[in-house]
Design a protein around this ligand. Structure first.
Ligand SMILES: O=P(O)(O)OC[C@H]1O[C@H](O[C@H]2O[C@H](CO)[C@@H](O)[C@H](O)[C@H]2O)[C@H](O)[C@@H](O)[C@@H]1O
Length: 273
């Protein structure tokens, strides 16, 4: 995983929840921050999974650590998430990072430029139908994300099948421009012509990400697309959580907490270390 012949392997002992290759990948950032770019998923990767979308906790100091890390990488740190950009900004305020939101359907580029999906009347009608129908399903959480919508069944797994059927109906009513995205105890409807892989490609072609060694970190099905793009570009992918999950990632980290510890330690490193 070295980006050139001068790269060295890490010398300090690995934290308990890392496998060796994850540590090696992250040592590239420490050794050559000006040649590295980091693409981070949020839920289940940077943040621990919570019972509901609103219950997530951003640990004190994390936003500032990410900002310090971004400064070290000349701004080449992006958040690539299923959340909306507005929600990401609220989570990590006062900082504003480059973001691929709604699984890549909306983007804020490093120069602040926005890419926003068009809404259709069919999608808006389907969203209102889902909002109404989900009220009858105790424990199912309706999440309105603007140009995407999710039904969560984490608190009501017995409703998984009916949630799946409702989302199928919604997808059928919105036509080819909208598609289902399955995630952790959730089914979402989002713009079809988008994905984290395409989002990564776009960011990778944009300064300050352009020409850098891409490292993608995620935990979920939707992250596999960005893993494939990072790998195809000669970079690396790291999966957080379940080590047994089928994945295109090169390495594994046990938990969001372990990832945060590692990122904090890189953010703290003095220049040139
Ligand atoms: O791409 P990500 O940043 O991983 O976002 C994926 C989805 O994350 C959120 O849902 C997930 O996390 C919730 C909070 O931990 C959890 O309650 C839920 O079961 C998970 O599916 C978010 O609510 C979605 O909008 C994101 O698409």
């Amino acid at each position: 995983m070295n980006i050139d012949d001068e790269s060295e392997t890490a010398v300090r002992p690995p934290p308990p929840d890392f496998n060796g290759s994850a540590l090696e990948i992250f040592s590239i950032i420490e050794q050559q921050p000006s040649r590295s770019a980091l693409y981070l998923d949020i839920d289940g990767t940077l943040l621990d999974i919570a019972p509901t979308p609103e219950a997530i906790v951003v640990p004190p100091g994390l936003a500032d650590q990410l900002a310090a890390l971004a400064a070290k990488l000349d701004g080449a740190v992006a958040l690539v998430t299923g959340r909306s950009i507005a929600r990401v900004d609220a989570l990590f305020e006062p900082h504003r990072f480059p973001v691929a939101g709604l699984h890549g359907a909306e983007m804020r580029l490093p120069d602040g430029g926005l890419v926003e999906p068009a809404l259709s009347s069919a999608f808006l009608a389907a969203k209102e139908e889902l909002r109404a129908r989900s009220k009858d399903l105790e424990g199912v959480i309706f999440e309105d994300k603007g140009a995407a919508v999710a039904l969560h069944f984490r608190l009501a797994s017995h409703h998984e099948a009916v949630v799946g059927a409702l989302m199928q109906q919604a997808a059928a009513s919105t036509g080819e421009h909208w598609a289902l995205q399955h995630g952790k105890m959730v089914v979402e409807l989002k713009p079809a012509r988008s994905g984290k892989g395409e989002a990564l490609e776009r960011l990778m072609g944009t300064a300050p990400f352009r020409g850098r060694y891409p490292i993608a970190v995620g935990d979920d099905l939707t992250d596999e697309e960005m893993f494939a793009v990072a790998a195809a570009a000669g970079g690396a992918a790291i999966r957080v959580g379940d080590a047994a999950a089928p994945t295109a990632a090169h390495a594994w980290i046990g938990s969001p907490n372990e990832l945060r510890r590692l990122l904090a330690s890189i953010a703290r490193q003095p220049e040139g270390k």
